[in-house]
Every structure is written in C-alpha cells, then in structure tokens.
Write a protein that binds this ligand. Structure first.
Ligand SMILES: [Cu+2]
Length: 310
C-alpha cells in the first residue's frame, strides 16, 4: 500500500474508533442532526462478536509486538528478532509456559498458502530470536502467542513484507481431507459461529489409522485456525492430553474451536509421528455439511510450505 493510501486507512480507522467512542447518537448531536434510529432486520441474525479476536492487533492491553524489522528478504535464512514491550514500555522478560513453550511464533503468508509454527529462543533482555526463511516474495503475517507473567494470554500480530513480485494464491477449496507426506487427515465436525465447536482430525498412513501419534506441545496435535479475510487467530483447545488416562495417541485428535463469525477458515494441524512433525491444512466454511464422498484434495499437497522448529 502506498503512503497516502495507508494514511487514509489509518485516518479511517481513527474515525471508526472515534465514532465508536462517541456513540453514533452523540456524534449526530454534535453535528446538530437529529439522531435517527436504524433498524436492521434479518431472517437469521448474525452472531454477536463479544470482543476483537486475537491476532489482529500489534498492540493490546499495553503489550506491543516489536520486531527489529518487518522487511524480510525471501529465499534465505534470516535471524528474525523481536521483543514484546510491556505497559511500562520496557521489554517483557517473564513469560508463562503454555503448551510446553513460553513463546509460540506462527508465520503465514497472507494468502494462507504457507504456514510455519516456530519456537524462538530468548537471547536476553526480553529479546526473541528465530531462524526464518520465507520462500518467496509476498506479504506475511506473524503471530506471537504468549502469556506474560502477571498478564493474560494473548496473541499479537504484525505484517512482514518480502520485497519482489508475487502472485497470491486463491484460498484452496473446502475439503474434509488433507494429505501430507503419505498421511491422510480427515476432519469430522463443523464450525459453528459463536459456539464452541468440537472437531476431530483422524490421521491415517497408507490407508491405516495411526494409533501411535507422539506428544507434541503437550498434546497429540496442535491446531491453529485463521479466518479468511483478516487472519483473525482463533482459540482452539485440545480435548485431552497424553497420559490423562482417556486420550488415545490417535487416530483421532479432538479439539474445541471457537469461531466468531460465519465464513471461511483455514485450519493447520501439526502432528508428530515417527519423530517428524507435519502439518495438514484444511479450508472449512462454517455450517458446511460433509460431502457425500470427499473429492480428491489438491490443497493438501502442493499448496504452500510448512516448517517447524522446536
Ligand atoms: Cu508453538
């Protein structure tokens, strides 16, 4: 986006914030207009969003994600560094462990084609460092998913830019099946806007159910769900954990996902088997019904790239 356009978007954002703060009625009063009540009726009202989803803001509750740079050259490994600054302006140095790690760092291409789930290392003074290789020019979204000591868990997001020409990919078609490295992962369950939705992902290899999944980040799988259109980062909780006496190591991995609105979402499942973490990805529309016979999915393979660091 060029500078005037960005400034325009920023001013529009301010205007929206201001309008919200004043209230439409008071704004109308201030302008000497008679407030007019507008009523929207709809056969099926959209679910109310209680709060802003995670991942859309670079700063929230006084905590700010602060990368050293947001421009990353594609095609070579970069030592990507960032801090999170606290409400007092200094870097956060105390973090609580969530899912085995103090910091989960997720990078996606903004067209949702590529996905990397990384675990940066602390270098001191609150700085995090992670080797990052972006495969191609384009615009990416980076999420820091963490819980500061003394604060709530949160996910902050920032755009990364990789200079050069690029062609954005279309969102892959919805599919309940994804393939990765000879594994087939099948999705059971539906996303219901405004409710906790139970999803089970079943892992098979060479047509046989996998029953010896290995723990990864304190669970048999780790699921990230992003909303198409704005890349809102959604809350997903695994249902059960290794060693709890009721959770089997496959073939099914169950999660509870909360999606705030109707629309399309991209799901990324990390699972570990035979010592390797792999990612299976799915496009899901809210309220979709299962296809009678799943179409062969071109999306599971060949679309995008995946990577992990432990
Ligand atoms: Cu992580």
């Amino acid at each position: 986006m060029n500078t005037p356009a960005r400034l325009g978007a920023y001013l529009l954002g301010l205007a929206v914030l201001f309008g919200g703060a004043l209230g439409a009625g008071r704004a109308a009063d201030a302008a000497g207009l008679t407030p007019r009540v507008t009523t929207h009726t709809s056969a099926s009202p959209a679910p109310q969003e209680a709060s802003v989803p995670e991942g859309l803001q670079v700063s929230n509750n006084g905590y700010t994600l602060t990368p050293r740079t947001t421009t990353v050259q594609a095609g070579r490994e970069t030592d990507f560094r960032f801090t999170v600054t606290a409400p007092d302006g200094g870097p956060v140095t105390g973090y609580r462990v969530q899912h085995d790690k103090k910091m989960h760092f997720i990078v996606v291409s903004r067209d949702l084609g590529g996905f990397w789930h990384l675990h940066p290392k602390e270098t001191g003074n609150g700085e995090w460092s992670v080797p990052l290789t972006l495969p191609a020019a384009g615009v990416y979204r980076a999420f820091a998913d963490f819980a500061p000591e003394g604060g709530d868990a949160m996910t902050l997001g920032v755009d990364l830019r990789s200079p050069g020409d690029y062609t954005p990919a279309e969102l892959p078609a919805a599919s309940r099946t994804a393939t990765v490295d000879g594994y087939t992962v099948t999705l059971d369950g539906d996303l219901v806007p405004g409710a906790s939705s139970r999803l089970t992902l079943n892992v098979a290899k060479d047509g046989r159910p996998v029953t010896d999944l290995q723990p990864y980040l304190g669970a048999y799988g780790h699921l990230v769900a992003l909303r198409d259109g704005d890349l809102a980062y959604l809350h997903v909780h695994p249902d059960g954990e290794p060693g709890d006496g009721r959770t089997a190591p496959g073939p099914g991995i169950t999660f509870h996902a909360e999606v705030p609105s109707r629309g399309a979402y991209r799901l990324f499942l990390d699972f570990q088997h035979a010592g390797v973490v792999r990612t299976a990805s799915f496009t899901v529309h809210t309220g979709q019904t299962a296809p009678a016979s799943p179409a062969p999915s071109p999306s599971g393979s060949g679309h995008g790239h995946g990577g992990h660091a432990h």
